[in-house]
Design a protein around this ligand. Sequence first.
Ligand SMILES: Nc1ncnc2c1ncn2[C@@H]1O[C@H](COP(=O)(O)OP(=O)(O)OP(=O)(O)O)[C@@H](O)[C@H]1O
Ligand SMILES: [Mg+2]
Length: 253
Amino acid sequence: MKMDRPHVNMNPVTGSDIALDNLCYSADGKDILKSISWQSDAARVGVVGRNGSGKSTLARILAGLIEASSGSALINGHDLAKDRKVALTEVGILFQNPDHQIIFPTVQEEISFGLRQLGQSRNEAEQTTQATLAYFGKSHWAEVSVSVLSQGQKHLVCLMAVCAMKPRMIILDEPFSGIDIPTKMQLKRYLSHYEGGLLHIAHDPDDLSGYDQIIWLEKGSVVQTGKACDVLPDYISEMNALGGSDDISDLAR
Ligand SMILES: Nc1ncnc2c1ncn2[C@@H]1O[C@H](COP(=O)(O)OP(=O)(O)OP(=O)(O)O)[C@@H](O)[C@H]1O
Ligand SMILES: [Mg+2]
C-alpha cells in the first residue's frame, strides 16, 4: 500500500515571528542570557555558539518551558511561557537529550501523547501516530519499549513525536547528534520540506548552510546575526582560531 506523506508538501515554507527584547535569563546567581534583542521572521533560523553559550537555554525560553528573568521573548506575538495552550500549536521542541523528553514506555504512547494534548481523540491520535511511523519507515516500532532503543533511535522517536504535531515552528536542539549518516541525510531532506519554520541549534556549520538567518551566541550575548552566508564564515574562522590555540584554559567554560 502506498503511504501518504502527511507532513511534506510543496507549499512555500513560512517562518514564525520571533521577537526578543532585552531578554535576560539568570539561574543560580549566574547570568546565562544577557540582554538579547533580536527579531526574525525567517523560515530557517540557525543558532550557533560554543558549549555553554546559552543556546539550549534560549531554545527552552522560546518554547515557553522556562520564563525570562526580564525582557521578553514572543513567538508570533505570544509569550509561550504564559500561554501553554497556544504553545502546543506554535512550537515543538526536540531536546538535545532524548532522555529529557521521553516519558512513556512505548513508541506509540510517546507519539500519541502530544496529539492527545492537541485534542485528538484516542482513535485519531493512534491513526496519526501510525501514519507518522509509516512515513518514517518505522511502523514496526509502534509497540517497542523505548527503553530498549539506542540513543540515536530515541532521538528519532522524539523527532517523530514533534513532527506528528505539525507545530508552526520546530526547535531542533542538535537534532543530528548520535544519528547515523543515512538517517541524518533522510532527516535533513524531510526537514528541508517542513512547511513550518525551523530553529536549528547546531555545532556543524554545514548543517545550517543556506539558512535565512543565523544568531551566534557567546557567553549569553549575541556576537552576530544575519544570513548564513555572512555569519557562518566569520563563525568558522573564529572557531578555527580558538581551536588552533594550545591554551587549555580557553576551552569552553
Ligand atoms: N538552571 C540552570 N542553573 C544553573 N546554570 C545553568 C542552568 N541552565 C543552564 N545553565 C548554565 O548556563 C550556561 C548555558 O547553558 P546551555 O545549556 O544553554 O548552553 P549551550 O549553548 O546549549 O551549550 P552546549 O553547546 O554544550 O549544548 C551553561 O554554563 C550552563 O551550565
Ligand atoms: Mg545545548
